[in-house]
Design a protein around this ligand. Structure first.
Ligand code: SF4
Length: 322
């Protein structure tokens, strides 16, 4: 079984860490509890941290003179500057971090999908955008694994977030050692994963790792980090992923019977139609790797990009994977 790095994750504190919501409640998320033993959480509640109490009158994002403001309708108080100040100071002071898990729809934490009102009046119309803290996270860390908990109810989005999170965490640990040999191993171990995610970036990363000009390791790691972030930022198409799965299945074409091949094709079809998560096809391949043996495939992160205990197939049923 592969040993996974432990990601550093900033999380909205109300997602089970504290009863700090405006109404004095917390939000219990099964997935956050499941993930707990595998990551290092860094909980934060921007509203409490900038001085609001619990319970408190709710705040909302309101568009005023073309600019979003963070306002408390019950009092008319404007919390824009305190929130901006807190967000900048908190994010400036963060240590190494691989991802964020933020509260959906919060005017502070929400990274997207937050209601932006046109006025303070009840029933005012709205559009969707980012909250203040969540928006600042998105601006500063476009290459990290940032999500809100609502989207992670969808198994496809959850798989992508976990893949990104654990891969970035592993790279952070490799980069901390600064040894080119470790980078070569990392690149080789993630080759199929990168092939599925972004072949263009993979082509650029190969020469970086080969380093024919003998550039200093620090420079190579910095460039590689950017390319890795870009490669994982884009969701892989089902077609690219299926190509990689078929490529891997090709290693066992002589050993597999017709029924096993048919089951595999059926599983790929269901994955393509979003009826099954990728982890089901990966599990089939892992069983063949264990049965027939292939050192190369056994070492590929593509088959177990994050701990197996997190490979659940439960889903909200909404099938959103935007
Ligand atoms: S959404 Fe963010 S600001 Fe609001 S209670 Fe949760 S942690 Fe605090």
């Amino acid at each position: 079984m592969p040993v996974h790095a432990r990601p550093e994750v900033v999380v909205s504190k109300c997602l089970g860490f504290d009863a700090c919501r405006w109404n004095g409640e917390t939000v219990r998320e099964d997935f956050v509890e499941l993930l707990g033993p595998w990551v290092r959480w860094h909980p934060v509640c921007p509203e409490v941290a900038m001085g609001l109490g619990v319970p408190r009158e709710p705040i909302r994002v309101v568009e005023q003179k073309g600019a979003p403001r963070l306002v408390q309708p019950a009092t008319g108080r404007d919390y824009t500057e305190p929130m901006e100040k807190f967000s900048a100071a908190h994010l400036d002071g963060l240590g190494p971090v691989d991802g964020f898990l933020l509260k959906n729809r919060s005017p502070s934490c929400g990274p997207l999908d937050v209601k932006i009102y046109t006025s303070l009046k009840p029933g005012a119309s709205s559009r969707r955008g980012a909250g203040f803290f969540g928006g600042e996270v998105m601006r500063r860390f476009p290459l990290l694994a940032v999500e809100h908990e609502g989207r992670l109810h969808n198994f496809i989005l959850r798989e992508r977030w976990l893949t990104r999170l654990f891969t970035l965490a592993e790279f952070r640990e490799v980069a901390a050692k600064g040894a080119m040999g470790a980078l070569v191993k990392f690149h080789s171990r993630h080759k199929l994963l990168l092939m599925a995610y972004n072949q263009r970036q993979l082509r650029l990363m190969g020469p970086l790792v080969a380093n024919p000009e003998h550039r200093p390791a620090g420079e190579v790691f910095a460039d590689y980090r950017t390319h890795l972030g870009l490669a994982l930022a884009r969701s892989p198409s089902a077609g690219q992923v299926i190509n990689v799965l078929m490529h891997a299945q090709g290693y066992f074409k002589k050993q597999l019977g017709a029924a096993e091949k048919a089951l595999f094709l059926e599983t790929l079809g269901k994955y393509r139609d979003k009826k099954l998560p990728l982890s089901v096809a990966q599990a089939l391949l892992r069983s063949w790797i264990a049965r027939f043996g292939s050192d190369y495939l056994a070492g590929q992160s593509f088959f177990a990009p994050y701990p197996e205990a997190l490979m659940e197939i439960t889903d909200s049923g909404k099938g959103r994977d935007y």
